[in-house]
Design a protein around this ligand. Structure first.
Ligand SMILES: *[C@@H]1O[C@H](CO)[C@@H](O)[C@H](O)[C@H]1NC(C)=O
Ligand SMILES: *[C@@H]1O[C@H](CO)[C@@H](O)[C@H](O)[C@H]1NC(C)=O
Ligand SMILES: *[C@@H]1O[C@H](CO)[C@@H](O)[C@H](O)[C@H]1NC(C)=O
Ligand SMILES: *[C@@H]1O[C@H](CO)[C@@H](O)[C@H](O)[C@H]1NC(C)=O
Ligand SMILES: *[C@@H]1O[C@H](CO)[C@@H](O)[C@H](O)[C@H]1NC(C)=O
Ligand SMILES: *[C@@H]1O[C@H](CO)[C@@H](O)[C@H](O)[C@H]1NC(C)=O
Ligand SMILES: *[C@@H]1O[C@H](CO)[C@@H](O)[C@H](O)[C@H]1NC(C)=O
Ligand SMILES: *[C@@H]1O[C@H](CO)[C@@H](O)[C@H](O)[C@H]1NC(C)=O
Ligand SMILES: *[C@@H]1O[C@H](CO)[C@@H](O)[C@H](O)[C@H]1NC(C)=O
Ligand SMILES: *[C@@H]1O[C@H](CO)[C@@H](O)[C@H](O)[C@H]1NC(C)=O
Ligand SMILES: *[C@@H]1O[C@H](CO)[C@@H](O)[C@H](O)[C@H]1NC(C)=O
Length: 383
């Protein structure tokens, strides 16, 4: 009897500690499918490499990252490369919010505001690898209450990245175990669809962006914090990517370019959020498309999220090193200002401080609310 139960206990333990394969010799997990290779690391549940063919069939690594998987955790410039920030992405004005009558104070790590939940957010943690298949990897996180300043209650999160024929998909899921808490997630890849190898430019100002369902944006103050306004975007103005596809740098000589993403620091270009407003028949269409005329690489972005953040890398100051498979004669081997564009489908920034937007039911979770869920898919092709 005793022997049998010991065996059962051992079998049970073996089943509980699910075997996952170790990463490759480069410290990364590699997934492949026709027309795509992608690499991931447990730090920040992050994508580090994404390799697709250009229009000539030459393979290009079109995402920012580092060759050295161990460097992410110590990178003093922590740019959230390819990361899953959490538990509440993006900005919280004045590092404070009110939840069910209690005022909470979060970490001021972005001027007087909070960005990506502070310096112990999910993009600063080593996640667990819970499952690996030929085409997918699942990372999980248990985020204890208060392990980031001002975020009460424990949250369990998971991220499943997968590759299909020329596509990269992510499913984000999370639920609050024992307390109400802000909960909002996204992925944070930075793109250079020329892999910095275009001999004419290492910047993304000639990449073409389309945001067909985005005629309004989140209004910002001088510090890039949400004001509560949801201004309409005049046709032909700097932020109009809906009336027709436009190069990211098309308005770079407009007076409005400098300060467009925050006047206090002179942020030039884009670090803004557009609303995605679609009716039912448009719900399955891409909410954004990005392409480069040089490489011919294009992606269409599909997501269920009602907003999209676009950041054209004004704050990249030339210190972050490229990977060995990136760069060309126009590049000095580092990421320069305007050298990349981050694109993040997500709910309205700082919606917890704007109940008038009606987004709190999606941004605040508790043990008795529906869990957070989101899907994001990039489909690659060439033009
Ligand atoms: C990778 O980064 C880690 C952490 O900074 C460092 O200790 C190690 O020497 C680096 N490895 C290489 C090959 O550069
Ligand atoms: C900074 O945030 C604090 C705490 O929310 C607030 O009391 C203060 O007014 C803010 N300071 C500025 C300069 O906005
Ligand atoms: C809100 O706070 C009240 C009073 O502290 C508490 O009884 C209630 O359970 C809280 N609501 C939720 C959904 O946590
Ligand atoms: C990973 O799993 C271990 C064992 O269950 C747990 O102690 C640890 O907190 C987990 N790490 C994360 C980031 O959730
Ligand atoms: C979290 O911090 C709050 C104060 O900010 C405190 O009231 C609460 O007891 C803490 N919860 C845990 C689980 O430590
Ligand atoms: C992959 O997609 C391409 C383009 O849509 C198609 O031509 C090809 O047949 C697909 N390959 C597989 C293996 O499904
Ligand atoms: C590249 O962008 C610059 C600045 O926006 C523009 O002047 C130039 O015409 C563009 N070049 C091409 C080939 O589209
Ligand atoms: C959705 O909007 C488009 C463009 O305005 C329109 O043509 C279409 O009829 C609308 N569909 C539904 C179901 O409302
Ligand atoms: C693709 O091939 C053409 C013809 O050889 C060449 O001119 C062009 O530079 C190539 N494009 C890229 C992105 O390598
Ligand atoms: C961080 O960025 C600064 C400024 O751009 C640069 O000087 C430095 O080399 C970078 N540090 C690392 C470790 O990449
Ligand atoms: C929020 O809901 C109210 C009441 O239905 C509506 O008047 C308002 O326009 C909504 N706000 C937004 C930003 O959709």
């Amino acid at each position: 009897m005793k022997v049998v139960s010991s065996i059962l206990v051992l079998v049970g333990l073996a089943a509980a500690a699910k075997e996952v394969p170790p990463p490759g010799p480069d410290g990364k997990y590699t997934l492949t499918a026709p027309g795509i290779t992608a690499k991931f690391i447990p730090y920040a549940a992050c994508i580090t490499n994404l390799i697709v063919p250009d229009r000539n069939g030459t393979l290009r690594d079109v995402i920012l990252g580092y060759d050295n998987a161990s460097f992410y955790a110590v990178d003093p410039n922590h740019s959230d490369y390819g990361a899953v920030p959490g538990r509440y992405v993006n900005r919280i004005k004045d590092h404070t919010y009110v939840l069910n009558g209690t005022r909470y104070f979060t970490e001021a790590n972005d001027g007087n505001g909070t960005l990506h939940s502070g310096t112990n957010g999910w993009s600063h943690r080593v996640w667990n690898v819970s499952e690996v298949t030929d085409h997918s990897i699942t990372f999980t996180i248990r985020d204890e209450g208060n392990s980031s300043l001002g975020f009460p209650g424990t949250v369990i999160g998971s991220v499943t990245h997968s590759v299909g024929n020329g596509s990269w998909s992510t499913i984000l899921a999370a639920h609050a175990v024992d307390h109400l808490t802000p909960l909002m997630l996204t992925t944070h890849p930075y793109w250079n669809l020329d892999a910095f190898s275009n001999p004419d430019t290492d910047l993304v100002l000639n990449h073409t962006l389309s945001l067909p369902f985005s005629t309004r944006m989140i209004g910002i103050d001088e510090n890039t914090q949400s004001t509560g306004a949801l201004p309409s975007i005049p046709k032909g103005s700097i932020n109009d990517f809906y009336s027709k596809p436009k190069q990211i740098g098309a308005s770079s000589t407009d007076a409005a370019w400098v300060g467009n993403c925050g006047t206090a620091g002179g942020c030039a270009g884009y670090n803004n959020q557009w609303l995605v407003e679609r009716n039912e028949s448009q719900a399955g269409l891409p909410l954004a498309t990005l392409s480069s005329g040089w490489s011919g690489i294009k992606w269409d972005l599909y997501s269920d999220q009602p907003g999209i953040v676009v950041y054209s890398c004004h704050w990249m100051s030339g210190g972050n090193q490229l990977k060995q498979d990136q760069g060309g004669t126009a590049s000095n081997g580092f990421v320069r200002k305007d050298g990349c564009v981050a694109v993040e489908p997500q709910d309205y920034i700082d919606g917890i401080n704007h109940p008038e937007w009606n987004r709190t039911k999606y941004q605040i979770s508790g043990p008795n609310t529906p869990p957070f869920s989101s899907h994001i898919q990039y489909q690659f092709s060439t033009i």
